[in-house]
Design a protein around this ligand. Sequence first.
Ligand SMILES: NC(=O)c1ccc[n+]([C@@H]2O[C@H](COP(=O)([O-])OP(=O)(O)OC[C@H]3O[C@@H](n4cnc5c(N)ncnc54)[C@H](O)[C@@H]3O)[C@@H](O)[C@H]2O)c1
Length: 254
Amino acid sequence: MPEYPELAGRVAVVTGGAGGIGRACVNAYAAQGVSVVIADRDDAAGRATLDGLPPGSKAIFVPTDVTDADSVRAMVRAAVDTFGGLDIAYNNAGVEAAGKAVADMADRDWQRVIDVNLTGVWQCMRAEIPALLARGGGSIVNTASALGQVALPLQASYVASKHGVIGLTKAAALEYSTRGIRINAICPGVVQTAMIDEVAAANPGFMADMYAKHPIGRIAAVDEIADGVLWLSSSASAFVTGSALSIDGGYSAA
Ligand SMILES: NC(=O)c1ccc[n+]([C@@H]2O[C@H](COP(=O)([O-])OP(=O)(O)OC[C@H]3O[C@@H](n4cnc5c(N)ncnc54)[C@H](O)[C@@H]3O)[C@@H](O)[C@H]2O)c1
């Protein structure tokens, strides 16, 4: 992993920080000396992520539901109260869709995915931006997906939510680019996480199908997504805002 010495001493929140990509980013930030707020609705996994950090890491776990405005405000308050401010926000919490056709979806199938994946990112930015402005600026990275750029059948709510995250990211980037806050999205292809392992174990041929969808011939490791998130969080990407960075092995180019 590249070194970003200027990140040492900065403060970051990571939503969905207890899960696959989020946890990899928590580890990556901590390795650069960033003070990290691990924000997740999963208590046990959040505490395990915290406990798994090397001794000397500066981090706290804050139980957070990104669909709850009060909870999100408390997450930002915890960053400011514990570490003195906020410089970086990685808004990554997300859920999968139910796998139903548009005409067969129940209200909850649609609403749950939009609430977490899209409204949750807006809720987070609304709470984070004043804290970033108070520090003179910072960097926000939002997790979209390759499915924010192309579509997949039976995933309409997820596809819509992730297309929405890219639009939201671009609009917010325009609003805050002159005030020191850069706002970007990352668009991962399929990433090797525990969830993917479970699906693969239950469905012979799943991995071969996934590999075929990625022109590079494999899926991503979580650290490959974390590399992009760190770059967007650092001054190495100082001229990058309003972008949707594909880290997808060519998935969205096909
Ligand atoms: N894994 C992939 O192949 C892939 C590909 C593209 C995009 N993504 C996106 O990356 C992000 C992370 O996905 P992952 O694969 O690491 O999934 P994951 O399920 O391993 O992690 C997601 C985390 O978000 C948390 N979370 C869910 N709802 C929440 C809520 N309301 N409030 C707070 N935390 C909540 C979960 O508890 C979990 O820890 C998601 O936004 C997902 O849509 C994943």
